[in-house]
Design a protein around this ligand. Structure first.
Ligand code: NAG
Ligand code: NAG
Ligand code: NAG
Ligand code: NAG
Length: 412
């Protein structure tokens, strides 16, 4: 604005007419250079790279860096450029090989801003770690929109797991739909270094929770469990913003490792295949996780390494906890997995970063085979269909729906 005023000033000042014209010529010159530069950049596409645009913010890409180049991540296939910069390829986003849409895209509602142009060879990817319960897909425009899914769901086109289980030869064995667990040899002892970690623990179980009163009744279950534990003279200590109790020395990992037999890894929704990094707090610290969620945990966690609250009456769970705390041999058995498996977050392992998997898929044969997801909402929202898109008075996650189901089917 100031520049424009200055320009007008020069125009209006007779003495400076010549000067003003010079400024205009200079501006024109810069404009030409600018256009040329954009063109040049646009045509300078490296055909060996896959260019991936992120439609809105994506936590896997460092905003300060703008582009995420794969060489830093140790991927096997690393010729991909991930960016949030729509103008990277000469301002024409249809030239990107793929566009990533994250869960925030599902929350836009009326403000939903779809790309205006689309090239048929471009792959639209839905990518998230969030649950469909908190991020349902409601708008009809999501059907026939995505080509690939990249989520924690095991039936995603490209899986993005919260954690991976690897066997002794470092192959990923889980999470997998067709998981094959090794039969443990009970004669192989648990390594002494690990036994030393869990020896001498005094407390029963800890629950670290910040999302109070989640809709899947986990708090109700916990209340009933506490009542039964009371009869065995043990209890669950609750930490975090729901109880306002902080971990000892503000170091939850160290506290778990030192003091606790069990760790309550209760998910906040029953969404399909939704097993989050919570379980790792247990495995990382050799504390037995007690899980509660919508997944078939056989596909996620080594057998015998956890207790599943969703499959046990609170009384039976309380009894099992009591039994294991009383009997070191029984407690020891929870750690048979340590002779066979390791569990890690893939983001911390070289070559297993989620962007590596996406890059490899984009370079693979299947990226050349057209594919679209005609009923994305049905897939993502799951069995319960679109009920999560209805106002809350019609339903909650534990009750049956209070509207005629046929109306829901019609909504697709
Ligand atoms: C690990 O899993 C892979 C793939 O399932 C298998 O080929 C390999 O033999 C396994 N290694 C061990 C040590 O069990
Ligand atoms: C859970 O997953 C395992 C492994 O894929 C499978 O054998 C089992 O039938 C599944 N259980 C249910 C209840 O679906
Ligand atoms: C992606 O899906 C769209 C429509 O949903 C389709 O027109 C396009 O051919 C698909 N592209 C690829 C590469 O599969
Ligand atoms: C869910 O609905 C049932 C019955 O419809 C009700 O008893 C229960 O309190 C509701 N739960 C929540 C968390 O609103």
């Amino acid at each position: 604005m100031a520049a424009l005023k200055k320009l007008l000033y020069y125009y209006n000042t007779r003495k400076s007419i010549k000067y003003g014209t010079n400024v205009l010529i200079l501006l024109y010159f810069f404009a030409i250079i600018h256009i040329f530069f954009i063109r040049y950049k646009g045509d300078n596409i490296d055909p060996s790279q896959k260019y991936v645009l992120v439609w809105k913010r994506y936590h896997l890409i460092d905003v300060n860096q703008k582009h995420e180049l794969l060489p830093n991540l140790g991927c096997r296939v690393n010729k991909c450029i991930f960016t949030e910069d729509k103008d990277l390829l000469g301002g024409d986003y249809t030239r990107f090989d793929a566009i990533i849409f994250t869960e925030s895209f599902l929350k836009l509602g009326d403000k939903l801003k779809l790309p205006e142009r689309r090239s048929p060879s471009q792959i639209y990817i839905f990518s998230t770690l969030e649950s469909s319960y908190y991020y349902p897909a409601c708008d009809v425009r999501y059907d026939d929109f995505f080509n690939w899914t990249n989520t924690h769901r095991l039936d995603s086109d490209v899986q993005w797991p919260y954690f991976v289980v690897r066997n002794a030869s470092r192959h990923i064995v889980a999470p997998r739909q067709d998981v094959h667990w090794q039969v443990y040899n009970a004669k192989i002892p648990i390594p002494v270094a690990i036994r030393n970690i869990f020896r001498g623990r005094k407390k029963a179980a800890a629950w670290l929770v910040s999302h109070c009163n989640a809709d899947n009744s986990r708090d109700d279950y916990m209340t009933r469990l506490q009542e039964h534990l009371y009869h065995f003279a043990i209890h669950i200590d609750v930490y975090g913003s729901c109880s306002n109790v902080r971990c000892t020395n503000d170091n939850c990992a160290e506290m778990l490792r030192k003091d606790y037999h069990f760790y309550m890894a209760f998910e906040n929704s029953f969404s399909e295949d939704y097993v989050t990094e919570k379980v790792l707090h247990g495995y990382d610290n050799y504390v037995v996780p007690i899980v509660y969620g919508g997944a078939n945990y056989t596909r996620f966690l080594p057998p015998g390494s956890y207790l599943n609250a969703r499959k046990l009456h609170p009384y039976n769970l309380a009894y099992k906890m009591h039994e294991a705390i009383k009997d070191p041999e029984k407690y020891n058995d929870f750690f048979r997995w340590t002779n066979y498996y390791t569990l890690n977050s893939p983001e911390t392992l070289p070559g297993l970063h989620p962007l590596c998997d996406l890059c490899e898929a984009l370079h693979s044969e299947r990226a050349r085979r057209p594919r679209l997801l005609p009923q994305f909402r049905r897939w993502w929202n799951g069995r319960k269909g679109l009920q999560w898109c209805l106002p809350f008075q019609y339903w909650n996650e534990t009750s049956v729906l209070r509207v005629d189901r046929r109306h829901l089917i019609d909504m697709y």
